[in-house]
Design a protein around this ligand. Structure first.
Ligand code: CTP
Ligand code: CA
Length: 224
């Protein structure tokens, strides 16, 4: 007789998920960040776990707890730290889902001490962060690689561009034009654009349901 556990759809698979924002430090007490809650990525991690996977969650600053869940959580602050953790765990992963809201730029320097106020105007020089997902796409061997795209306009066109440029197998698009989608929300409304085949749009749902839709799509479209 077959053990229940081994019948789980993602049994034995290693799933690597990133979630949350990144904080880019200016000095010991200040940062440039964004309003990502981490909710979407954490729901993906929990769903993957429910489906029997071994889950590694690389998580930027988020208040959402995963205690009581049997997953490996690696907390990071900045994009550079997130990149290192994703790369360290990449080779071992079967499915990689990059849902973090990575800051595109970071301050060129981090002051050792708290910056004092001075002139009326102040300029902060920023430098581009590495594109973590694009880097993973370039190194892809056996992994199924998925990204997210949050767009405000020309959503399909921009998402398709990212799918191709980053060598992804699929991209999950959501747009701020949909009031059910976005940061700090419990719901999301997504369209999945696969590398091959037509995009499919889903109804607005709770993020936990959206997470299941994404993983089910990957399971159905790919031979694992
Ligand atoms: N991403 C990443 N590293 C970055 C920026 C983005 O890994 N430095 C990932 C995100 O996690 C997401 C995907 O790339 O899965 C798309 O992110 P998005 O911000 O929509 O696209 P960008 O390529 O950053 O382009 P832009 O912000 O100019 O639209
Ligand atoms: Ca970006």
């Amino acid at each position: 007789e077959k053990d229940l556990e081994t019948q789980a759809p993602l049994f034995g698979k290693n799933v690597l998920v990133s979630a949350g924002p990144t904080y880019e430090l200016l000095d010991p007490v200040r940062f440039i960040g964004n309003f990502s809650s981490g909710k979407m990525g954490i729901e993906i991690a929990k769903s993957a776990l429910e489906m029997g996977a071994n889950v590694t969650l690389v998580c930027g600053p988020s208040n959402i707890s995963t205690s009581g869940y049997d997953l490996q959580r690696i907390n990071v602050i900045s994009a550079l730290e997130m990149q290192k953790s994703m790369e360290d765990n990449y080779e071992n992963a079967d499915i990689v889902i990059m849902s973090a809201a990575v800051a595109d730029y970071r301050p060129a320097t981090k002051a050792e001490q708290k910056i004092k106020k001075n002139d009326e105007n102040m300029t902060i020089e920023l430098v581009k962060n590495p594109d973590i997902l694009k880097g993973l796409g370039e190194k892809k061997t056996h992994q199924i690689l998925a990204g997210f795209a949050l767009e405000t306009n020309n959503a399909m066109e921009y998402a398709q561009g990212k799918l191709e440029k980053k060598n992804l197998d699929l991209i999950v698009m959501n747009t701020l034009q949909d009031e059910e989608a976005g940061f700090q929300k419990d719901t999301n409304k997504i369209t999945i654009l696969p590398k091959e085949g037509d995009p499919i749009s889903f109804q607005a749902k709770n993020k936990s349901e959206v997470a299941k839709d994404i993983l089910t799509f990957i399971l159905e479209k790919h031979i694992l």
